[in-house]
Write a protein that binds this ligand. Structure first.
Ligand SMILES: Nc1nc(=O)c2c([nH]1)NC[C@@H]1CN(c3ccc(C(=O)N[C@@H](CCC(=O)O)C(=O)O)cc3)C=[N+]21
Length: 292
């Protein structure tokens, strides 16, 4: 079994990005600038946004964190988005999800200028991705593709089973794995809560991408020998033995499944760090795109 090490791989990518930032600055260019909007103080969201800001600093980006109250109205948040849309200093920005119930997430995403939508959530970017046109690919699927690529994992003609049809992971990664490029050219089966004979389908997977948000959902009896396992789950469960009071559990029962897998991502330290570095890559691309 080979561990798909997201920490090591993302560190290599961060070094590459830092080198490019240096080149830009040496040539009189401006540092890429990412802004992150955080509404409220949901524990996980605060952790992820802080990790994104820290990663920006590490590669030499400028970053701005905009913290807003969880009682903010939709129109007030739309105004904040508009400020970022029209600020020439900002290359790209994200509005961390989930948002409080009084705010319509779709409306906020639609209001982001597609050229600054480094999350790749705007319908224009989603449509462009579906058509294989230049776009921002959402960070988690992009990170998975990058990881498969860096480990030279064969994907052409393989059966890729995706668990979960979310708009940020399951749906886009299904499209990407089926694309006519490497990594891609897989035969993709997208499973979800209505799927029948799930275990039988999963057992035929050469590549399994689990993104259902249910801790330890995939067990060893559900996979075949030699499977490549990508675990996107990051559920926090109470753990009194930890200083933080919780630990992070993936969708895959790592201890048992890793005994049958050829390659497997750990949680934490797999897809999560790859997600963050992909956001940096998108921001670099947004900054470059502005000059062209
Ligand atoms: N607008 C928006 N864009 C996102 O990209 C976005 C979002 N909203 N909402 C939530 C999800 C989730 N997400 C993660 C990013 C990094 C880790 C990550 O670095 N995880 C570490 C563990 C971190 C920890 O200690 O909790 C790891 O897996 O090793 C996890 C999850 C981005 N998301």
């Amino acid at each position: 079994m080979i561990l798909l090490d997201g920490i090591k791989t993302s560190q290599e990518l961060r070094t590459e990005i830092a080198t490019e930032v240096n080149n830009i600055v040496q040539n009189g260019g401006k540092r890429p600038h990412l802004a992150a909007v955080l509404v409220g103080n949901n524990g996980a969201s605060v952790t992820y946004v802080n990790a994104k800001i820290k990663a920006c600093e590490e590669v030499g980006f400028t970053s701005t964190l905009i913290k807003l109250s969880d009682t903010i109205s939709e129109s007030e948040l739309l105004l904040e988005v508009e400020k970022l849309n029209s600020d020439p200093e900002i290359d790209g920005f994200i509005v961390q999800l989930p948002l409080p119930l009084q705010i319509d997430e779709k409306k906020i995403i639609l209001s982001i200028r597609p050229e600054k939508d480094v999350d790749g959530f705007h319908p224009e970017n989603v449509g462009r991705m579906a058509l294989g046109m230049p776009c921002f690919i959402p960070a988690t699927p992009a990170g998975i593709i990058e990881l498969l690529d860096r480990y030279n994992i064969e994907t052409g003609g393989k059966h890729c089973v995706v668990l979960g049809r979310s708009h940020i992971v399951g749906q886009p990664i299904s499209l990407l794995m089926a694309r006519n490029t490497y990594p891609g050219n897989s035969t993709v089966t997208l499973c979800h809560s209505h799927t029948r004979h799930l275990s039988e389908i999963v057992r035929t997977a050469d590549i399994l991408i689990a993104a259902v948000g249910r801790p330890n959902f995939v067990t060893a009896d559900m996979v075949k020998e030699g499977v490549v396992v990508i675990d996107v789950g990051i559920t926090r469960v109470v753990d009194k033995t930890k200083k933080s009071g919780y630990r992070i559990v993936g969708d895959v029962d790592f201890d048992s499944v890793s005994q049958k897998a050829a390659f497997i991502t750990p949680v934490p330290g797999g897809v999560g760090p790859m997600t963050i570095v992909s956001l940096l890559k998108n921001t670099l691309k947004a900054a470059r795109g502005k000059k062209a």
